[in-house]
Design a protein around this ligand. Structure first.
Ligand code: MN
Length: 248
């Protein structure tokens, strides 16, 4: 009898932007949870799992279906979640339904003897001052207290309006503003004493390597799910950005 080795595979995903009006993304994600993710011992969701999130009290059938699928996976795969700029109101109540653990905005983890820093990535885009100002406000206790007390229907209307405004604003901003700044990347790596970083948010999947202070650093950017499924497979041997087309 041969004993199979323990899994030693982790997956990282981000920027799925799941929404009811995108059944193709949902189908691809559910297929990923059923076919690829079970081989992993850990799944890290680095933000923007949902297109928007108005609060854990929004128990609509769509989000319950996603929770059920994640919960089923969580029996054998540990699931971790970092909030994105779209779903930063996703909290403990929904995370519990999904069987996933909420992590801080920026987390240093050790995976198969490697130390790495993981985050959504919006905090790295420091040139987008308008967004950073909103981010600061929307993470304050008073802003969240006010918003969470608004009726659910009103929160949904605000989220819809905000998305439209945000899409217009994004179209006006230069590509440069929407990307990370190297300075912030280096600061985050140095502060966390890590040489490897994984993030999403910019929708520019890539592996960047660079030298600073005589050290080699690597920054892995996860892909979004607008036109395909995209994930990072991380093993003790290395890592690989993978993607899979939507089923027709
Ligand atoms: Mn984002």
């Amino acid at each position: 009898m041969t004993l199979s080795e323990s899994a030693s595979v982790s997956y990282f995903i981000a920027d799925l932007h799941l929404a009811e009006n995108r059944p193709d993304i949902t189908a691809c994600f559910l297929s990923f949870l059923k076919h690829q993710a079970p081989e992993a011992d850990k799944l890290f969701i680095l933000g923007d799992l949902f297109e928007y999130w108005v609060g854990d009290d929004d128990d609509n059938p769509f989000v319950l279906k996603i929770a059920e699928a994640l919960k089923a996976l969580s029996n054998n795969t540990e699931i971790f979640f970092i909030q994105g700029n779209r779903d930063f109101l996703l909290g403990k109540r929904y995370a519990l339904k999904c069987g996933m653990t909420l992590l801080d905005d920026v987390e240093k983890i050790t995976l198969y003897d490697k130390e790495l820093v993981i985050l959504h990535g919006d905090t790295l885009c420091t040139r987008d001052e308008g967004y950073q100002a909103f981010r600061k406000k929307s993470r304050s206790w008073w802003w969240q207290a006010i918003v969470k007390n608004l009726p659910l229907a009103l929160r949904k209307r605000i989220a819809e309006n905000y998305r439209k405004q945000s899409a217009d604003a994004t179209a006006m901003k230069s590509q440069d503003i929407m990307d990370v700044t190297q300075e912030e990347v280096e600061t985050t790596l140095v502060n966390n004493q890590c040489q490897l970083m994984i993030h999403g948010h910019t929708h520019r999947p890539n592996v960047h390597t660079f030298k600073a202070n005589n050290k080699e650093y690597t920054r892995v950017v996860l892909g979004d799910w607008y036109e395909q499924g995209a994930w990072l497979k991380f093993t003790p041997q290395g890592f690989e950005l993978l993607s899979e087309p939507f089923q027709r």
